[in-house]
Write a protein that binds this ligand. Structure first.
Ligand code: ATP
Length: 314
């Protein structure tokens, strides 16, 4: 049975004339890594700040674990871990002291507090730096500490607001792995980003936001099927072009069209048919050497572009 972790109904927030969040409704189930994807200014941070109670809502309702936050805000907050976009750590406290401070706000005490804080540091790869001060850290290490501070109390729901902004590739991949692991360990995750590749890598379901509205929502496959019901296979050959018969290739079940461009055979096929085996067999049987095969399925960037006419990032 699905358990609803967050339910949002007709949520709206205005700043003067700017409608930051415009009448959105969403439901996030237990166990999901839910991605909020959108360009800068789309309304992602305002949405999650309303979920965490940091920003008041103008209209609408939010329930967390079945409880309406307007009525039981404090109680539900114990179940949430927040990784804010702007790094929120104390430079004059050690790593361990930082994590212990934030975990203590959620009611952890004594030996249990220290144990959980050390576990969170170990999880984020910072245990050997427990006594170091974050002012000595790289941006990526500060971001990892920011995460450790949010997870030591083992929240059921972890909300991460663009946790990989401005960091090196290694820290970025460490953070993405951590998100997956936290999810496997039982936390539901809300992850905001304007990096399409990150959302594609980790999220089980995605809502695409633009100008305060949710313009599409679903699993990645569902979103991609908005754009096309076709798959594209690009086969680069290293010779034997004269042996390729477009009409013979078109006889393969599911093949819709073929274009040959500078040594690349671009085959468009129906998405519901799996015919890659037959296509490859055609090249093998006709002694046409294959150099490379690419499956050109549409990505979330294509979805965004199709729905808005703009790129996610310019
Ligand atoms: P980013 O990726 O840049 O954080 P975002 O998708 O999180 O973008 P928000 O930060 O929620 O977007 O901003 C949505 C809109 O609301 C923007 O037009 C922004 O300028 C405006 N906005 C956000 N916070 C405030 C505020 N405190 N006062 C005035 N306007 C605000």
């Amino acid at each position: 049975m699905f358990v609803s972790i967050v339910k949002i109904s007709q949520l709206t927030k205005k700043y003067g004339d700017v409608i930051a969040v415009d009448n959105i409704s969403l439901e996030i189930q237990e166990g999901e890594i839910f991605g909020l994807l959108g360009p800068n200014g789309a309304g992602k941070t305002t949405t999650i700040n309303m979920i965490t109670g940091l920003v008041s809502m103008d209209r609408g309702d939010i329930w967390i674990l079945g409880k309406e936050i307007k009525r039981s805000g404090q109680e539900v907050k114990k179940n949430i871990g927040i990784v804010p976009q702007d790094i929120a750590i104390y430079e004059d406290l050690t790593c361990l002291e930082n994590v212990m401070f934030f975990a203590s706000l959620y009611g952890l005490k004594g030996a249990e507090l220290k144990k959980r804080a050390e576990e969170a540091l170990e999880f984020t790869g910072l245990l050997d730096r427990a006594k170091s001060f974050p002012r000595e850290f790289s941006g990526g290490m500060k971001r990892r500490l920011n995460i450790a501070c949010a997870i030591a109390h083992r929240p059921k729901l972890i909300i991460m607001d663009e946790p990989t902004i401005g960091i090196d590739t290694q820290s970025r991949s460490h953070i993405l792995q951590s998100v997956k692991l936290l999810n496997e360990m039982g936390s539901t995750i809300i992850y905001t980003s304007h990096y399409m590749e990150e959302v594609e890598e980790i999220c089980t379901r995605v809502a695409i936001m633009d100008h305060g509205k949710i313009i599409a929502e679903g699993t990645q496959d569902e979103l991609k099927s908005i754009v096309t019901d076709k798959n594209s296979v690009w086969i680069t050959v290293s010779g034997g072009m004269d042996k390729i018969s477009q009409s013979r290739l078109k006889e393969i079940y599911g093949v819709l069209s073929i274009e040959i461009d500078d040594g690349v055979v671009k085959i468009s096929t129906s998405k519901d048919v799996s015919n890659l085996h037959e296509i490859i067999l055609y090249f093998v049987e006709n002694d046409i050497p294959i150099k490379n095969i690419e499956n050109k399925t549409p990505d979330l960037e294509t979805v965004f572009l199709t729905l808005t006419g703009r790129k996610l990032r310019d």
